[in-house]
Ligand binder design. Structure first.
Ligand code: NAD
Ligand code: TDX
Length: 365
């Protein structure tokens, strides 16, 4: 039985992890620590908000004293550290927040864990799991082998550089102080509760409104797509069977060029509108509502500066050592994700205009 602190548990992957953990580890306490930035939304935790095991704390990971107090008072023995600034485009326009949250914030969490777990020895065994990204490895050429855990770090954006720095700090706390850490580097996640600034949810929301679908550069950049449910199971495998001090790559084995991915999503949308006449009434501005192709909205726009060409993950270590397997194919995952956004219009509208957050703050303060 674990007593888990989930940092960033009101964000996309963190919230999916909380749902997964509560579904598979009934009666185990989960404390979510989240600052509720623009990317963190209590709406993401709505399906589990009433669960007695869940405790939500609004706070900043840079507040070492707060993290120490939570670890100590709730006798938490496991940290799953998701909290971060996560959007590459934002890091290009404003890198400071990425250094503050991703580097200083991770260091503050490590310091708290060291004090409470290694010096005060509040629990017999502990684990600090750090969630990182494949972007720390840089960019691949078309015929390069996928990133393995031995690929040298070569981060190219302020975001990936800040994640690389945080990975190094986690590694150092294991080697220097003996903190029982693990790190996962995963590829692009997608699925429910994905904030509509990232490629897939942005394209879904835009095509439903009949807005243009902006493709950076020539659209031939490749990402390796991982359904968030597979990622959550991968982290669970690491917590249960991963060895302290180790790094595990988690991937979905689903490489796709961006243009091809967006065209597939457009075809999924066209099929959904053709199969359900009500959708034309709900989303009258979508081209598919008039029987036109959603792909007619695709526009090539100026490229992202320093845009990494290709990411691909070799996750054979996690498969071999932990029994991890990605289960959701990209075709199935895209179809289910599109259906989730159709069924959860309240969610994306409320996180985009902040209305759920305002509502909950008035009712639950
Ligand atoms: P997200 O942006 O959706 O969520 C981040 C969460 O962290 C939000 O809830 C936000 O409120 C919280 N947060 C930010 N700053 C904070 C602070 N100072 N104190 C407390 N909470 C704070 O991010 P995500 O997509 O869910 O990513 C989660 C983690 O996974 C990140 O570390 C990211 O680098 C990593 N990752 C993401 C992907 C992906 O495809 N989304 C892929 C690989 C790795
Ligand atoms: O409007 C867009 N048009 C476009 O062509 C957007 C938002 C993106 N893109 C491209 C850029 C990328 O090649 O699509 C690809 C995916 O972009 P993002 O969704 O912004 O993801 P990416 O930059 O690949 O980073 C994501 O995966 C790794 C997450 O945001 C990171 O947090 C994670 O570490």
């Amino acid at each position: 039985m674990a007593r888990v602190l989930v940092s960033g548990g009101a964000g996309f992957i963190g919230a999916n992890f909380v749902h997964h953990w509560l579904a598979t580890h009934a009666d185990e306490p989960v404390v979510v620590l989240d600052a509720l930035t623009y990317a963190g939304n209590l709406a993401n935790l709505e399906p589990v908000r009433e669960r007695a095991e869940l405790c939500f704390v609004r706070g900043d990971i840079r507040d070492t004293a707060l993290v120490e107090r939570l670890l100590r008072e709730q006798r938490l023995d496991t940290i799953v550290h998701f909290a971060a600034e996560s959007h590459v485009d934002r890091s290009i326009h404003g890198p400071d927040a990425f250094i503050e949250t991703n580097v200083q914030g991770t260091h503050a969490m490590l310091k708290a864990a060291r004090t409470v777990w290694l010096e005060e020895r509040t629990v017999p065994v502990h684990r600090f799991h750090h969630v990182s990204t494949d972007e720390v490895y840089g960019s691949l050429d078309p015929h390069d082998p996928p990133f393995s855990e031995r690929t040298p770090y070569a981060p190219n954006s302020p975001y990936s550089a800040s994640k690389a720095a945080s990975d190094h700090l986690v590694r150092a706390y294991h080697h220097t102080y003996g903190l029982a850490t693990t790190i996962s580097n995963c590829s692009n996640n997608y699925g429910p509760f994905h904030f509509p600034e990232k490629l897939i949810p942005l394209m879904i929301v835009n095509l439903l409104h009949g807005r243009e679908l902006p493709i950076y550069g020539d659209g031939r950049n490749v990402r390796d797509w991982l359904h968030v449910s597979d990622h959550c199971r991968g982290i669970e495998c690491i917590l249960e069977r991963g060895r302290p001090g180790e790094v595990y790559n988690i991937g979905g084995g689903a490489e796709s060029e961006n243009l091809q991915l967006v065209e597939t999503l457009c075809a999924v949308a066209d099929g959904a509108f053709a199969a359900d006449a009500h959708l034309a009434g709900r989303f009258p501005d979508a081209p598919a509502a008039r029987g036109e192709k959603s792909a007619s909205l695709i526009r090539f726009v100026k490229d992202r500066p320093g845009h990494d060409r290709r990411y691909a993950i070799d996750c054979s270590k996690a498969e071999r050592e932990l029994g991890y397997r990605a289960e959701v194919t990209l075709a199935r995952g895209l179809g289910e994700t599109f259906a989730w956004y159709l069924a959860n219009e309240w969610w994306w509208r409320s996180v985009m205009d902040g209305s759920y957050q305002r509502w909950i703050e008035t009712h639950y303060r």
